[in-house]
Design a protein. Structure first.
Length: 173
């Protein structure tokens, strides 16, 4: 993770976050690209949700956020994790650094549970989630259409206040 710095986002980061969100949804081959609405960081920052920006050499290269706008039934203190790292900076620890800081912010802000989604074939994303104590809770078969084919989406959850590895009694939840 050397070379990466992560900070909690503020309104000064809006343009950077907006650019990174636009990159994330533009490819058409990533899970974030199939979201119904545009990723808009303005309400995230205004409502003080956990949002972090990861940089390398002073250049922003990724973003992670815990947003509650798509959580079913508006479950209190639960949020969906979204994360993006520019392709040229992947597989070097940027997402890991962003997720570690996001988890710390989520804990500080009193969130109880985080939900994450990954394409079943995206082994890097799935391993990163599992390294951060997310556990697989289900799969949505042929849930999204990307690059002309239907893809399965794996659902993960993580209790924020207690990591399962630290509290084995929670491993069956």
């Amino acid at each position: 993770m050397s070379g990466f710095s992560v900070h909690r986002a503020s309104d000064r980061d809006l343009d950077v976050i907006r650019r990174l969100c636009d990159e994330a949804t533009a490819s058409g081959s990533a899970l974030l690209s199939v979201r119904r609405g545009r990723l808009d960081p303005v309400p995230w920052i205004a409502s003080h949700v956990p949002v972090v920006v990861v940089s390398e050499g002073g250049k922003p290269v990724g973003v992670a956020a815990a947003i509650s706008e798509h959580i079913a039934c508006g479950a209190a203190r639960c949020a969906e994790v979204i994360a993006y790292v520019a392709p040229e900076h992947r597989r070097r620890g940027a997402a890991r650094a962003a997720m570690a800081e996001l988890l710390s912010s989520a804990r500080t802000m009193g969130l109880w549970k985080l939900i994450a989604h990954a394409l079943s074939g995206d082994q890097a994303a799935r391993r990163m989630l599992e390294r951060h104590d997310f556990r697989e809770v289900g799969k949505l078969g042929k849930h999204v259409q990307l690059e002309g084919g239907w893809q399965d989406v794996v659902i993960y959850e993580r209790l924020v206040l207690a990591a399962r590895r630290s509290f084995p009694s929670l491993s069956g939840i």
